[in-house]
Design a protein around this ligand. Structure first.
Ligand SMILES: [Zn+2]
Length: 205
């Protein structure tokens, strides 16, 4: 199956993950509906280094990555429920008890730090965060981390759903006046403009 390029319009990777199923034109697209899709999406999201993705793909048993994609979709839809429940106002400490599944995922992480040579002028070495990619399920860990960052750093007052008809995309509105209404101008913004134009023409008749 050929998928269009994934969309990263949310201004927050945690929300972009929720937008990995969307209807950009007329047909719904699920970018992570199987293992290959998940690998492609993670590569486009730059959440996993390409060489690790290739190595995991080469090592995976048949169907193994598809199973991880199933888990990723379950995680995504659980997180969508949480985000939609809390969008539009600041999170309160009470929400913590709902985040058990996410904390459970984060606990499985095998991240570590390592001193590596620096490429730029800032000095000889840099301390870099790394992760062991022992099993395909490790692919869920950077996704969990992106979701957790979103929960901890984003003001949920700014989390909005696109106003486009039938559009399911979510985004964090970081515009100065908090006036963002659309996933993208190219998709829903223009459609709404055209609809407004048509109704103006009609009312003139
Ligand atoms: Zn939209």
């Amino acid at each position: 199956m050929v998928r269009p390029p994934a969309m990263f319009i949310a201004d927050s990777l945690g929300l972009d993950f929720l937008n990995s199923v969307a209807t950009p034109v007329d047909t719904p697209v699920d970018w992570i509906d199987d293992g290959d899709g998940l690998i492609d999406w993670l590569a486009q999201a730059k959440l996993v280094p390409a060489e690790e993705l290739n190595a995991l793909k080469a090592r995976a048993r048949p169907g193994e990555l598809d199973k991880v994609a199933d888990q990723a979709r379950d995680l995504r839809e659980w997180f969508r429920g949480f985000v939609l429940e809390h969008a539009g106002r600041p999170l309160t400490a009470k929400a913590l008890h709902e985040l058990g599944p996410l904390n459970g995922l984060l606990e499985r992480d095998e991240a570590f730090s390592r001193i590596e040579p620096r490429q730029d002028e800032g000095g000889v070495f840099a301390l870099r965060r790394k992760r062991r990619w022992r099993s395909p399920e490790a692919l869920l860990l950077p996704v969990g981390e992106a979701m957790a960052k979103f929960v901890c750093e984003e003001d949920f007052s700014d989390v909005k759903a696109c106003e486009g008809h039938n559009c399911t995309m979510l985004f964090a509105d970081h515009t100065r006046r908090r006036a963002r209404r659309w996933c993208t101008m190219a998709i829903c913004g223009n459609r709404a403009k055209q609809a407004a134009h048509r109704s103006r023409l009609k009312s003139r008749q």
